[in-house]
Each structure stands twice: as structure tokens, then as C-alpha cells.
Design a protein around this ligand. Structure first.
Ligand code: THU
Length: 126
């Protein structure tokens, strides 16, 4: 699947973000090796630490549905600018798609791609 299409899925998922505390909505779309797309949004909580990022929402949805291998994940946000995955999400992405690609989008500057391994070199493993 083309990056532009995956970004559209992420933008659609961003509409479901529940972010009343930060007012920063994020959408993610994860492409499984089987060709299926799994989407996620950030879901905040009044107990802030209980909030979940869009990337992990998408990944946990996918894994819970039996998918374990992924090619790439697209991320968009209400900033309209490149939104890099947080440290926890990098670790979780690294678990399931160590050879995968992160696709970011800026409304003014277009698409950028990074390997997960470049965003989290020397990731922790057991
Ligand atoms: N957030 C994500 O969903 N993904 C990221 O990569 C960075 C941060 C969310 C968490 C929180 O709901 C809001 O953005 C502000 O930090």
C-alpha cells in the first residue's frame, strides 16, 4: 500500500481521538504483512498516566486480532506537523516491527520515512 493511502487511514482514525486534556489528537494506521490496516487514536484519561498513544492503540488492536507482523505505520496529528512516536511507542514498535518503517506527515513539508531501528537504536530485548 502507498504511504499516501496509509496516511489517509491515519487521518480518519485521528477523528476518533479522545484528547480533552492535551487537545492534541493523534491518528495511526498500521499495515500488517497480510495487507490489512489497523488504525488507532490517542485515548486520554483524567488520571493522565492511564492515557494511551495512537500508535499503541493500533498495535494492540492488531495483535489482539492475531496479527504479529507489520510493514509500516503512518502517524498524523492535529499539529499538522511531523509527529514522532514517543519513547514507549518506539519500544513497542521495535518489539513487533524491528525492520518496519515509520511514515510521518507534515501538511507543509510532505512525507518523511524512518526505520524503526533508526528511531530506537539498541532497543531493549530479553
Ligand atoms: N501521543 C500519541 O498518541 N502519540 C505520540 O507519538 C505522541 C503523543 C498523544 C499522547 C497524548 O494523548 C497526547 O498525544 C499529548 O501528549
Amino acid at each position: 500500500m502507498e504511504n499516501t493511502e496509509l496516511i489517509k487511514y491515519a487521518a480518519e482514525a485521528e477523528k476518533n481521538a479522545y484528547a480533552p486534556y492535551s487537545n492534541f489528537s493523534v491518528g495511526a494506521a498500521l499495515l500488517g504483512k497480510n495487507g490489512k490496516v489497523y488504525t488507532g487514536c490517542n485515548i486520554e484519561n483524567s488520571s493522565y498516566g492511564a492515557s494511551n498513544c495512537a500508535e499503541r492503540t493500533a498495535l494492540f488492536k492488531a495483535v489482539s486480532e492475531g496479527e504479529r507482523e507489520f510493514d509500516k505505520i503512518a502517524i498524523v496529528s492535529s499539529s499538522g506537523d511531523y509527529t514522532y512516536p514517543c519513547g514507549i511507542c518506539r519500544q513497542v514498535l521495535s518489539e513487533f516491527m524491528p525492520d518496519g518503517t515509520v511514515v510521518l506527515f507534515s501538511e507543509s513539508d510532505g512525507i518523511k520515512e524512518f526505520k524503526v531501528s533508526a528511531l530506537l537504536p539498541e532497543a531493549f530485548r530479553l
